[in-house]
Ligand binder design. Structure first.
Ligand code: ADP
Length: 165
């Protein structure tokens, strides 16, 4: 049987422990997990795609079957096909995520019926966590050390320090 490859597409602005926990769990379910760092978000991101890739890559070094790749301006299903992935992985934190994700999954099914979306429920300890909340708290000097990988915490401090100064 061919390798089971999943892509985990997202903005990851920045990568949090919630994302990390999801890929850790997925790494046990799939032969390979490819984290697709999207570059085409409508809002201006805090981190550049290259910075996100570098931060994610060093946060996942222990996970041998997980890799981060830049996702260019193409449909997620096309991106999946290019990587030979038959699964799209997404995380669900709450009902709001569920409704949003269901529509995307249905749309992706219309585009590519051979690609299955797989959802992992966020664990309770990270279900409240979002990249935007992290940025908001970090901006005002709050403690995010237990919520993001250490390299992300440092990068946030540098980036937000820079912006203020
Ligand atoms: P997007 O802009 O595509 O939603 P995000 O980086 O916000 O990108 O999220 C990427 C994926 O990770 C989404 O499926 C999202 O639901 C999931 N996710 C975000 N935060 C968490 C978390 N704390 N725990 C588990 N999954 C999460």
């Amino acid at each position: 049987m061919s390798a089971r490859i999943a892509i985990f597409p997202g903005s990851f602005d920045p990568f949090t422990n919630g994302h990390l926990e999801t890929v850790q769990r997925a790494s046990q379910l799939f032969d390979q997990v490819m984290i697709g760092v999207m570059t085409n978000t409508s809002k201006k991101p805090l981190f550049e795609p290259d910075e996100k890739l570098a931060l994610i890559t060093s946060a996942i070094t222990d996970l041998k079957n997980v890799h981060a790749v830049a996702q260019s301006h193409e449909l997620t299903v096309d991106f999946a096909r290019h990587l030979g992935a038959h699964f799209i992985l997404r995380g669900i934190r709450n009902v709001k995520d569920f409704e949003y994700e269901r529509d995307i999954a249905e749309m992706n099914r219309v585009q590519a019926s051979d690609i299955e979306t797989v959802f992992l429920l966020a664990s309770k300890r990270y279900a409240f966590l979002s990249s935007s909340l992290i940025k908001e708290v970090a901006k005002f000097g709050g403690d995010i050390s237990t919520l993001v990988p250490p390299n992300v915490a440092r990068a946030l401090q540098e980036k937000l320090g820079q912006e203020e100064g």
